[in-house]
Every structure is written in C-alpha cells, then in structure tokens.
Design a protein around this ligand. Structure first.
Ligand code: TYD
Length: 132
C-alpha cells in the first residue's frame, strides 16, 4: 500500500537573490499534473481536510507559513507531517484520510493528478475506514 511521504525539491538561487523551486510531472512529481489549486487566509483555529480520495494523488506545498497534516491509511497507520519550508512537498497517494492545520500566514499549493470530482471524495470517516 502506498504511503504519504515528504519530497525534497531543489532550491535554486542564493539568499541575496531569492530562490526558485520547480515541480515537473514525472521528474520530481510522480504523476501527470491535471489541476493546481491553492488555499489561503485559513484561520489558525480551523481544521480543514477531513476527507480522503478514491483515486486522487497530490503533492502539497506550504509556499508560505507552516502546514501540519495528520494522515491515516486503510490499515490504520497514522502519521504526522509538517510542511515548514517552500522546497518541501508532501506526496499523498490515494486512500489517505487527512486533517490539515494552518499557521495564520499559510498558503497551501496543491498539484493534483485528476480534475475536480466530488464523487472521488470520502467525506465520512466511517465510510472511509470500511472501504475495501
Ligand atoms: P475541499 O477539497 O473540501 O477543501 P479542504 O480539504 O481544504 O477543506 O474543497 C473545499 C470546497 O471547494 C468544496 O466545496 C469543493 C470546492 N472545490 C472545487 O470546486 N474544486 C477544487 O478543485 C477543489 C480542491 C475544491
């Protein structure tokens, strides 16, 4: 079963000039990128996520601020990941439940393997853990 893991991306540049980080399909992102979205202005006391996907794979960045993830797979394996730097990405395969918490200045950028499809979501945790 696939597991979520942190990907380290290159940081091109120098501290005097600033940096650039590049994500490319099938080079450092393990799928075709069909959709990109970003979230911002999420209050610090809000927990987002609360879902899993049937097919979607994602690589998620905190391009600003800090974003914490609690993940759980169908075997009950739980993990915690912190994105605290723009050159770190979190790969999330299909069938991973996630809860997400944001620092006040966080901007989340997501590279997604599929177009948006509400039918791809498990939004009910009990339905997810019973999925075979
Ligand atoms: P959701 O994926 O539940 O976001 P989060 O996990 O950050 O809480 O999406 C929030 C809302 O945005 C939901 O009504 C669906 C909508 N949405 C789209 O219309 N298209 C998209 O590509 C995404 C990611 C969300």
């Amino acid at each position: 079963m696939n597991k979520p893991y942190i990907l380290e991306f290159n940081k091109i540049g120098a501290s005097q000039l600033g940096f650039i980080t590049v994500a490319e399909a099938h080079k450092n992102v393990p799928f075709d990128i069909k959709r990109v979205y970003w979230t911002y202005y999420t209050p610090q006391d809000v927990i987002r996520g609360g879902h899993a996907h049937k097919e979607l794979q994602q690589v998620i960045f905190a391009v600003s601020g800090t974003i914490g993830f609690n993940t759980e797979d169908l075997k009950g394996n739980k993990n915690n990941f912190i994105l605290d730097s723009p050159e770190k990405g979190l790969y999330i395969p299909k069938l991973i439940w996630r809860d997400i918490q944001f620092s006040h200045n966080a901007v989340l950028l997501c590279l997604a393997s599929e177009l948006y499809d509400e039918n791809d979501y498990f939004r009910n945790y009990n339905e997810f853990i019973k999925w075979k």
